[in-house]
Write a protein that binds this ligand. Structure first.
Ligand SMILES: *Cc1c(COP(=O)(O)O)cnc(C)c1O
Length: 371
């Protein structure tokens, strides 16, 4: 009963022919960098996010970096986000020479707690990055309200939340700009690196398009210092194929989450809470339990893969001591980091596989391994 954490091959098998046709098309047109496939994908993805514009880039990290530059964030500024995120959120802030300021998470959703935001705002604060972690949208209304009051830019880190909804609106189109990653294991994944910024603001869109391509709009004419953050034609072509299936795949993830919720309900496990007014797309299915390490080991020995998202909060990472935080600063994030466990989750996960995972957890509980 081997159950992988994700199975990219299973998904590939379902779209193989379409993918090969799309790749062939790119080769025949030798459109390797940006090109028409990427341009069409930008249009389709903007549409999908109910936003006006999209700028394709080479990673989610680049997307966040460009969004921050476009928002005017630079040296001396502060950007507020959470310690419970992938490190790229913080890296992007540091690339602009701004200072990341962290606020602890909501104990039910594990996402940015809007109630803690106001206390973290100073006259240097320029932007807020709510992270729609695990595929669940952050409670955006109170965040936007606070941002409006203090004249701050809201940039969504939607790198785990393609297709998730908040009050029937898709993530990415909720803030001033929304950033996505197409890392292969994401809900919408490329066959390499990829990312996107979506926005309704034409000026920001134009600026980011120039910045991703060496600061140039017309060849060899450089309006400003830019970057090489371009998406490749192959990735654009593959992502166009995959975007058509995203809703269907997300629906499968939601069904899988419901199956887990039901089967785990008799046990002493804390299962994910889907907030009111949101559509969670379960990039990750994260449970919480005491003795997490022992459970993970037990599952591992039975061929059941799992993950930790994330085992060490940002502020306690070795390379990030210079941020000036320490143990005890974000008690919810810290205590959860030793209790969370991500179970196998992907669209093609079968009912049998889910039962195997849950039966192994039940066995572990029954055998009293909990103490
Ligand atoms: C994946 C991810 C990123 C970065 O994406 P890359 O494409 O790997 O650069 C940023 N933030 C979060 C929350 C992510 O999960």
């Amino acid at each position: 009963m081997n159950v992988p954490f994700v199975d990219l091959k299973a998904q590939y098998e379902t779209i193989k022919d379409e993918v090969h046709i799309a790749l062939d098309h790119v080769v025949k047109n030798t459109a390797f960098i940006l090109g028409t496939e990427v341009a069409k994908f930008e249009e389709e993805f903007a549409d999908y996010c109910q936003a006006k514009y999209a700028v394709a880039v080479n990673s989610g990290t680049s997307a966040l970096h460009l969004a921050l530059i476009a928002a005017g964030v630079g040296a001396g500024d502060e950007v507020i986000t959470v310690p419970n995120t992938f490190i790229a959120t913080i890296e992007a802030i540091l690339y602009t020479n701004a200072k990341p300021v962290l606020v602890d998470i909501d104990p039910d959703t594990y996402l940015m707690d809007p109630g803690r935001l106001e206390a973290a705002i100073t006259e240097r604060t320029k932007a807020i990055i709510p992270v729609h972690l695990y595929g669940q949208p952050v409670n955006m209304d109170p965040i936007q309200e606070i941002a409006n009051r203090h004249n701050l830019v809201v940039i969504e880190d939607a790198c785990q939340a393609h297709g998730a909804e908040y009050k029937n609106k898709r993530t990415g189109g909720l803030g001033k700009m929304g950033c996505f990653s197409f890392y292969p294991g994401k809900n919408l994944g490329a066959y390499g690196e990829g990312g996107m910024v979506v926005t309704d603001d034409e000026a920001l869109y134009r600026e980011m398009r120039i910045l991703r391509d060496h600061g140039s709009e017309n060849k060899y004419c450089h309006k400003r210092v830019g970057y090489n953050y371009r998406l490749t034609g192959f990735q654009g072509a593959i992502l166009r194929v995959k975007l058509k299936y995203l809703d269907q795949w997300n629906e499968r993830r939601r069904q899988n989450a419901r199956a887990y919720n039901e089967l785990l309900s008799e046990l002493n496990m804390i299962t994910p809470v889907e907030a009111d007014d949101v559509k969670h797309v379960y990039h990750l299915y994260v449970i919480r339990t005491e003795n997490r390490d022992k459970l993970q080991k037990y599952l591992n020995e039975r061929g059941i893969a799992s993950g930790l998202h994330y085992p060490i909060p940002v502020h306690l990472q070795e390379g990030y001591r210079f941020l000036g935080y320490g143990e005890g600063d974000f008690p919810i994030t810290e205590s959860y980091s030793s209790q969370i466990l991500s179970l196998p989750m992907f669209a093609e996960l079968s009912k049998n596989q889910i039962e195997d995972v849950v039966n192994a957890i039940k066995e572990w509980s029954r055998n009293g391994h909990q103490d």
